[in-house]
Design a protein around this ligand. Structure first.
Ligand SMILES: Nc1nc2c(ncn2[C@@H]2O[C@H](COP(=O)(O)OP(=O)(O)OP(=O)(O)O)[C@@H](O)[C@H]2O)c(=O)[nH]1
Ligand SMILES: [Mg+2]
Length: 217
């Protein structure tokens, strides 16, 4: 069993002042409402309904924490390794200045100030990447130059023609050039489970899982 399958819902929070203690590294999933963040977490963890995915956009309005843990070989106790964090999406349905400001406060505040943040998976719909709220997330990341980032170009199953795919790849690579943070790009479909192993490999690397110990002399 991989570490991702150990995911267990821990807590939801609507405020920055009652998040769990920052005890283990956190990998956050950010992106526009309906981009497929919750579906991506479900695919990654192979748990169909772990993060609530929904046809009703804007369903996840809270910050949801899912603990990854390994088992102690003797006591079988869960030993927490990391949190996957499902951040609230923004902007699918009608939004107001008030909604934008509370979203920015929560998501921007989390990205800017969370000490245990290891990296952010920015989930975007391949048919319309870099919507304003995606750009705001990328902007928040400028304040975290050492945090890792992957742009997950999701719903690639919806790109039907080769020229459509080429255009998306070109646009994403072009945007990556002007991003001051180190960023990797991955093509993905949470629904069709495309790119899941690649995402796991990236997160393994972030978490230092499975890396060979330096050879001892
Ligand atoms: N075709 C296609 N649909 C997808 C994919 N991933 C998610 N969806 C669909 O997109 C809709 C939204 O998915 P969610 O995972 O709930 O999106 P979310 O980003 O968590 O949305 P919020 O919680 O509102 O921020 C659902 O109807 C999913 O089935 C994908 O890779 N391909
Ligand atoms: Mg969601």
């Amino acid at each position: 069993m991989s570490i991702y399958e150990s995911a267990l819902f821990t807590v939801s929070s609507s405020r920055l002042d009652n998040l769990p203690a920052p005890s283990v590294p956190e990998i956050a999933f950010a992106g526009r409402s309906n981009a497929g963040k919750s579906t991506a977490i479900n695919a990654l963890t192979r748990q169909g309904r772990l993060a609530f995915a929904s046809k009703t956009p804007g369903r996840t309005q809270l910050i949801n924490f899912f603990e990854l843990a390994r088992k102690d070989k003797v006591t079988h106790e869960r030993l927490p390794v990391a949190y996957l964090v499902d951040l609230p999406g923004y902007g699918y349905a009608k939004t107001t200045a008030e909604i934008r400001s509370s979203w920015s406060e929560l998501v921007g505040g989390y990205i800017s100030s969370r000490s245990s943040l290891l990296g952010v998976v920015v989930v975007m719909d391949a048919r319309r990447p870099f919507m304003p709220s995606d750009e705001w997330v990328i902007e928040f990341m400028k304040g975290r130059p050492t945090a890792k980032m992957v742009w997950l170009i999701n719903k690639v199953d919806q790109l039907r023609t080769v020229s459509e795919r080429r255009a998306v790849i070109a646009a994403v690579n072009e945007r990556a050039k002007s991003c001051p943070n180190p960023v990797s790009v991955q093509y993905f479909s949470g629904l069709k489970k495309i790119g899941v192993e690649e995402l796991r490999a990236t997160l393994d690397e972030w978490l230092g899982i499975g890396q060979a110990a330096p050879a001892s002399k």
